[in-house]
Design a binder for this molecule. Structure first.
Ligand code: SF4
Ligand code: MG
Length: 390
């Protein structure tokens, strides 16, 4: 297998009146084509900001302040190499070197995203079928004429808006797109898709709307699906069904999935490889079994702690004493971010940030001095060094 995404040294900051928030810091990722890569961490660890950075959905006062996001796609290389030669390296394009409108135009066909809250993806005044058909149309027009890609996204939301003002019978752009919409509903397991296509979003149950959102995300046959807490709002039985659906769709289409969750059970059930996020950094990553069974980082150890049964989708992260450090004006480049919660902290952890080398996608790595030295060799800090963290 080959890498489809290589994220190097990505930093995303938010410039607020309270100060600068370093939401994502020097993040490295390697994602292989056709895998399910999981990012797990507590809330506020930077998982969603990472997903939104990859999707080009960071809005003011947020900004990607450094890094590269290399995406392997030969067609895109051919499309952009004359105008943006600096953005191209072999079969890869650095998305951050492309103009914003061109990047935005990749949404739907190259990258699609699903969220915790499907209502945000649908217009309540149009039927689900109409909206899927419109998504299909937009992607069709775009692939018929790749040079017009810039207009895609704008066209889609404008189209949605205009559609809501015409009679329902006139809303379908073509019979073919209506049929494709029904096919998509069938593909995600909506019963009676022909009838259901004519219903409005509020007539769907939460689990069904989640499926319909997945159908919408797949309308443009994306290369990479980014799923941010896709099942968190659902009850456990429906959660399991939606996860099975994603797994099945991944196998059928060969797409790559970047799955963001705070739920270790979901990671254990779905993912090939995993990155554990803490305070805007990936602190440990590797193949699922390496990270779960041979974890090196004390944060990973704490999360896994006493999780009784990783197959259970309802499992939550273990609470770890202390708080995620404030990332406002964080000036901790010279130390380990986890030090004041780490039961194994040593003096050396406060002297320099632990080394971490991006390396190949299958390498098991931890951003922790324990990956390099033996705990016994270091000088352990006294238990109350940082004061009482309870
Ligand atoms: Fe703990 Fe030190 Fe490793 Fe940081 S570098 S996680 S403080 S042992
Ligand atoms: Mg989140």
């Amino acid at each position: 297998t080959e890498d489809v995404l290589r994220v190097n040294d990505l930093s995303t900051r938010f410039f607020t009146t309270e100060g600068q928030i370093n939401a994502v810091s020097s993040l490295d990722l390697r994602i292989e084509r056709g895998e399910i890569f999981g990012i797990v961490g507590e809330s506020g660890s930077g998982k969603s900001v990472t997903a939104r950075s990859v999707m080009n959905l960071i809005e003011s006062p947020g900004e990607i302040t450094s890094g590269e996001i290399w995406y392997r796609n030969r067609d895109l290389v051919a499309e952009v190499e004359d105008d943006y030669p600096d953005a191209v390296d072999g079969e890869f394009v650095d998305l951050l070197e492309l103009p914003d409108d061109l990047r935005r135009s990749l949404r739907g066909t190259s990258f699609s995203m699903i969220f915790q809250d499907p209502e945000s993806s649908f217009n309540s005044t149009l039927t689900v079928g109409e909206q899927l058909a419109e998504a299909v149309e937009v992607q069709r027009r775009a692939s018929a004429n790749p040079r017009s890609t810039r207009a895609r996204t704008r066209e889609y939301s404008l189209g949605n808006y205009l559609l809501s003002s015409v009679l329902p019978s006139q809303r379908y752009v073509s019979e073919a797109s209506r049929e494709r919409a029904i096919e998509l509903l069938e593909m995600v397991g909506i019963p009676d898709p022909v009838e259901r296509a004519d219903e409005y979003p509020h007539e769907y149950s939460g689990g069904m709307l989640q499926r319909a959102m997945i159908a919408q995300a797949l309308a443009g046959e994306p290369d990479v699906l980014v799923a941010d807490e896709p099942t968190t709002a659902l009850d456990v039985t429906i959660q399991a069904q939606v996860l099975d659906l994603l797994d099945d769709l991944q196998e059928r289409t060969g797409m790559t999935i970047l799955l963001i969750t705070h739920n270790l059970g979901v990671i254990a059930r779905m993912c090939d490889r995993v990155g554990v996020m803490y305070a805007g950094e990936i602190v440990e990553r590797g193949r699922l079994e390496d990270v779960f069974d041979e974890h090196v980082h004390p944060y990973t150890e704490g999360l896994l702690g006493s999780v009784p049964d990783l197959e259970r989708a309802g499992d939550r992260l273990q609470p770890i004493p202390g708080n995620v450090p404030s990332l406002i004006d964080a000036e901790m480049d010279d130390r380990c971010y986890f030090a004041d919660r780490c039961p194994k902290a040593m003096e050396t952890c406060l002297e320099h940030p632990p080394e971490y080398d991006a390396g190949g996608s299958d390498r098991h790595q931890a951003r922790c001095v324990l990956a390099e030295i033996d705990y016994e060799e270091g000088r352990a800090l006294p238990a109350d060094y940082f004061g009482d963290t309870e």
